[in-house]
Design a protein around this ligand. Structure first.
Ligand code: ADP
Ligand code: MG
Length: 364
């Protein structure tokens, strides 16, 4: 039995009157100790969802339960939730220790206890020795660690993080992603993390809720989200995918045959597509496609003739762009340095393992 810490029940949010809903009808459970990421493009309702849980926005309809209690009438500071934003929102005139100790001062924690807990929180984010600095004397990554320490210092049951690494450069962002993950594992604190970056979501999360247009498209662990996307939006947003338009020619339960708009006929697993005669999108991950500089008949049954248009060397892997049939465009990724590439413009063929192609409805 999972121990549910937070539950969104039919939550809807409309800003102002007559505007479009920012969050449409949200049902989501977050288990105690879980790191749940809300992933979606800009404007999909992620921040609005966090703000309603933190108490800075009121839902227009529905309920939010924290430890089983409806928190509609609980003021933000009484919800006991830690929050970290992209803009660090540190107090510039206070030292690091005073910033981190602030939530404790507000809660009336005495001096000695406060100092001990601040020291512990700073050690947790590897900032021991920085207690007397001011925020402007720290790097961006260090400032964000201070913000994290401030959110953790009063040992809240849940910490909300809204794009906390958005202002950092790539290398530092990746280092901090692992650090947040390790802090989460060490403390067992529940975290709700917002990002628009799918790689960040895959790195960090126990589970990911994919948002689009104020709705959740799918909730799943990273591996399942990547391997078994529920619809074409998730297939295209999480990782890279070839999404090829086509028409269903035959369907037998989970299996279907699709005539691609560019010509070839392929087998696919039917995920949420309709029946014969319906249009659909066939998704095939670029790393699952094999390429050879031979004719399709040499590569075996089911292989498609293709022409290499472009090869881009990216150090550890190569991106190949091939044309297939009449106007079909296929991306292939493969590790660099293994096997020869086909000649640009020369004969080539592509193939993928059985089960690697999925058919989705194109009405998303
Ligand atoms: P995300 O965090 O996924 O980028 P938001 O929750 O910030 O998305 O926004 C969802 C939608 O609500 C967007 O269309 C946005 O323009 C709108 N919105 C967000 N905040 C406000 C606000 N304070 N007033 C009016 N509209 C808002
Ligand atoms: Mg946002």
């Amino acid at each position: 039995m999972t121990d549910t810490l937070v539950r969104f029940e039919g939550v809807r949010k409309t800003y102002g009157t007559g505007g479009a809903a920012a969050v449409v009808g949200l049902d989501l459970d977050i288990a105690r100790g879980e790191l749940m990421t809300l992933l979606g493009p800009s404007g999909s309702g992620k921040t609005t969802t966090l703000m309603m849980l933190a108490g800075f926005e009121m839902p227009s309809a529905g309920r939010i339960l924290l430890e089983g209690r409806d928190i509609a009438h609980t003021a933000p500071h009484r919800r006991g939730i830690g929050v970290v934003f992209q803009s660090y929102a540190l107090f510039p005139h206070m030292t690091v220790a005073e910033n981190v100790g602030f939530p404790l001062s507000v809660r009336g924690v005495g001096r000695a206890d406060r100092d001990a807990r601040v020291a512990k929180a700073l050690a947790m984010v590897r900032l021991d020795g920085y207690a007397d600095r001011r925020p402007l004397q720290l790097s961006g990554g260090q400032q964000q660690r201070v913000a994290l320490a401030r959110a953790l210092v009063f040992e809240p049951p849940i910490v909300l993080l809204d794009e906390p690494l958005g202002a950092l450069d790539k290398a530092l962002r990746e280092e901090m992603q692992l650090e947040i993950r390790h802090i989460h594992q060490r403390l067992g604190v529940t975290m709700m993390y917002v990002t628009h970056d799918q790689a960040e979501a895959l790195t960090l999360s126990d589970r990911i809720a994919v948002f689009e247009g104020g709705r959740i498209r799918q909730v799943a662990d990273p591996k399942r989200l990547y391997d078994r996307p529920a619809d074409a939006f998730v297939a295209g947003f999480v990782g890279e995918n070839n999404l090829l338009p086509g028409m269903i020619e035959a369907r037998d339960g989970e299996d279907c045959t699709v005539r691609l708009r560019c010509g070839p006929v392929v087998e696919a697993q039917a995920v949420d597509c309709g029946g014969v005669g319906q249009s659909c999108l066939v998704a095939i991950r670029p790393e699952r496609i094999a390429v050879a500089g031979v004719t399709a008949s040499d590569l075996g049954e089911g292989a498609l003739p293709a022409t290499l248009q472009e090869a881009i060397f990216l150090g550890d892997y190569v991106r190949l762009r091939l044309s297939v049939g009449d106007g079909g465009d296929i991306l292939v990724k493969r590790p660099a340095g293994i096997g020869a590439l086909p000649e640009p413009g020369g004969p080539a063929a592509i193939a993928w393992p059985e089960g690697a192609a999925f058919a989705f409805s194109d009405a998303v």
